[in-house]
Design a binder for this molecule. Structure first.
Ligand SMILES: *[C@@H]1O[C@H](CO)[C@@H](O)[C@H](O)[C@H]1NC(C)=O
Ligand SMILES: *[C@@H]1O[C@H](CO)[C@@H](O)[C@H](O)[C@H]1NC(C)=O
Ligand SMILES: *[C@@H]1O[C@H](CO)[C@@H](O)[C@H](O)[C@H]1NC(C)=O
Length: 300
């Protein structure tokens, strides 16, 4: 097994900026299996997209090919305050380990369709923070969480609430993984560092998950993680889902997508998006978030 991040860097060619490069540990995920989310069910789920080369006029955006529109999405995120989005630290590859004051990324929020998100335009990120303890060289690093501030407040969507504590015995079967990640499993060729098998999700998806924190290898000795596996065989978080949410039956966000295991299928190939996924435990991030934003967020 090899731990692999679930971000999409390297797949979206059209609007990809120079600094983002495919790396076995610099990738993100989307949902395999599962189903389309209901309209408005997760309005606070964010699609992070590249803004480089994206036209500033809506008319010009609308006439771009659909593949380019879908290709701008690279990670998930969660609106936790009208001005702030949480995502995974590994999604912000060029800025890992740093605080930044501008970036080529934007947030699409309050919409399920990636085409609509693109046409309507993402809100640019103007400031970002990654914890000093995050190690960009490790695909299983602690503190795989990041915050970025939006250039304008979101007033038409209610921010998510985070779970401020977790049940001692875990969440059982009552979890949902949310995201726009690949709807098919992907294979990594380690000779070329290239991924194949990506299929974009056009609309936000969800899949039922069970809590495997007490048994999964990735969660051993890791109170900072929640580990999950599919309720229905074949469902999984996949590349493009990184930074997005894991939700409990009360609609609270309990985790942010971090990394998944993968299966060796030959000497040079790994298949990913086929099982357990590790999420950064949301309850463990609240103090850091409130300190960085110098404010309070919804938590229950
Ligand atoms: C991986 O990439 C190398 C270099 O392009 C190629 O020779 C090899 O056939 C690829 N492996 C598979 C299983 O496709
Ligand atoms: C796991 O935790 C135990 C108890 O805290 C510790 O002794 C052990 O070294 C840890 N193992 C790893 C691999 O971190
Ligand atoms: C944090 O917020 C408080 C109250 O809103 C304000 O008085 C204080 O100056 C802020 N601190 C920083 C470092 O911005």
């Amino acid at each position: 097994m090899k731990a692999i991040h679930l971000l999409l860097a390297g797949l979206a060619t059209t609007f990809m900026p120079g600094p983002i490069k495919a790396s076995p540990f610099g990738e993100e995920y989307k949902i395999v299996g599962g189903r389309e989310a209901k309209e408005g069910a997760y309005g606070w789920e964010v699609s992070l997209g590249i803004l480089t080369n994206v036209p500033t006029s809506k008319k010009q955006r609308e006439i771009q090919p659909e593949s380019s529109k879908l290709g701008t999405h690279f990670c998930g995120g969660v609106l936790i305050h009208k001005d702030w989005v949480v995502t995974a630290a590994h999604c912000l590859a060029p800025f890992q380990g740093k605080t930044f004051t501008s970036s080529p990324y934007g947030a699409g929020v309050g919409q399920r369709s990636l085409v609509e998100i693109f046409d309507n335009g993402r809100i640019p990120a103007v400031e970002g923070h990654i914890p000093a303890d995050y190690d960009p060289k490790s695909s299983t690093s602690t503190h795989d969480v990041a915050l970025f501030k939006l250039s304008k407040s979101v007033t038409n969507v209610t921010p998510a609430c985070l779970a401020k504590s977790d049940p001692k015995d875990g969440y059982g079967n009552g979890l949902k993984a949310i995201g726009w990640g690949s709807t098919t499993r992907m294979v990594l060729n380690t000779t070329t560092d290239q991924w194949s098998g990506f299929t974009p999700a056009k609309r936000l998806k969800e899949a039922d998950m069970k809590d495997l924190t007490s048994s999964a290898a990735s969660c051993k000795n890791r109170s900072d993680l929640v580990c999950i596996g599919p309720v229905t065989d074949g469902d999984a978080s996949c590349k493009g889902d990184s930074g997005g949410s894991l939700v409990n039956s009360d609609g609270l966000v309990v985790g942010f997508t971090s990394f998944g295991g993968s299966k060796r299928i030959s000497n040079t190939q790994y298949q990913t998006c086929n099982g357990d996924t590790a999420y950064t435990r949301a309850s463990g991030t609240i103090a850091w978030i409130e300190k960085v934003i110098n404010g309070t967020i919804c938590k229950k």
